[in-house]
Design a protein around this ligand. Structure first.
Ligand SMILES: O=C(O)C(=O)C[C@H](O)[C@H](O)COP(=O)(O)O
Length: 323
């Protein structure tokens, strides 16, 4: 199958409120990252969102939106009678917070058919998932997901993971710590955010976060920290990569777009520090738009300034090229 697979939940998103008038879109952390991988990769590079979907009109609209934007859904099941979750963005200045209606969303069943899940992940260059993907699953489904990811990894896929800690989605903090630790054991690339790691693990600094994660055997770690520099840690290097100043109006999607641009750049053969620089540039553009998804053209322009999209380097998805 090849290409990039991202696993998780894409919700209906309400953003950019003007009084009681809201703008409706589709978003969710792992989908947002996939959106930017799609935007920044060659048009024929396969990019699939692995989830479970409903069959109501909003689910249909969601799948039409994916298709119109060149995003597949691999073998993701459609669950009769199910529907998508929803979230709304509240802004305090540009700083976002979320209200969720997602406890019975179709995506909670994304690991209910382990064979379909395994088929969706087969032969990927990168399989990406997050702590939110894990938080929304029942225990047995978390284990099924871990198994599919472990199989994909042993067959040669690189695994990328963002813990993306959302306290409200977890049954308790101990479970969050344990499950996120388990995910780290499977990860080749970790893309955590320092304030989340501080909340969850009490890390004193981005260096402490990077070292704690390196102890799980993760070889490529980028600790994001909002407008502060990101810390890159690999066995060969430790480097701070400064963020880019932006005229932010809504910070939703900053971390996810960083991840998408970082992974797209790595797939195109850029070194980790160069990939992190491009990732900051893309994230700085994304926060100048309401909602998690900036237009793909804007992300491309930020990724490769001054270059028409048709002249962007093609992806060379030969496996094992990263790192
Ligand atoms: O919270 C969730 O479950 C979501 O998926 C909603 C948002 O789209 C992402 O959380 C945005 O993530 P950031 O890039 O960290 O701003």
């Amino acid at each position: 199958m090849g290409g990039f697979a991202s696993i998780g939940e894409c919700m209906i998103e309400l953003s950019g409120a003007s009084g009681d008038i809201w703008r409706m879109g589709f978003a969710g952390d792992t989908f947002n990252t996939l959106w930017y991988v799609r935007a920044l990769s060659a048009a024929n590079y396969p990019v699939d969102y692995v989830s479970a979907f409903g069959d109501d009109p909003f689910s249909e609209k969601q799948r039409d939106f994916f298709e119109a934007n060149g995003i597949g859904t691999a073998k993701s099941p459609i669950i009769p009678g199910a529907r998508p979750g929803l979230y709304a963005i509240t802004l305090d200045g540009a700083e976002r917070s979320f209200t969720y209606w997602r406890s019975d969303a179709a995506a909670r069943k994304l690991a209910s058919d382990p064979q379909a899940l395994a088929a969706s992940l087969k032969d990927r260059d990168i399989v990406y998932f997050s702590g939110i993907t894990l938080a929304i699953l029942a225990r047995a489904d978390r284990n099924a997901l871990f198994e599919s990811i472990a199989t994909a990894r042993s067959n040669g896929s690189r695994i990328a993971f963002d813990p993306n800690y959302r306290a409200r989605l977890w049954e308790n903090i101990e479970t969050a710590r344990a499950v996120i630790g388990e995910a780290m054991r499977l990860a080749d690339i970790a893309l955590p955010t320092f304030p989340d790691e501080k909340d969850l693990f009490g890390d004193a600094s981005p260096e402490a976060t990077a070292r704690r994660i390196a102890a799980f055997g993760v070889k490529e770690i980028v600790v994001k920290d909002g407008t502060d520099p990101a810390l890159l840690l690999t066995p060969e290097q430790e480097e701070w990569v400064p963020a880019i100043t932006a005229n932010a109006i809504d910070t939703t999607g900053a971390g996810d777009s960083f991840n998408g641009a970082y992974l797209a750049a790595r797939l195109q053969g850029l070194a980790p520090a160069d990939a992190a620089k491009r990732a900051h540039t893309v994230a700085a553009r994304v926060v100048e738009f309401y909602g998690a998804l900036a237009p793909m053209e804007e992300a491309k322009e930020a990724f490769e300034p001054g270059t028409p999209p048709s002249a962007l380097p093609g992806i060379s998805p030969s496996r094992g090229e990263i790192g």
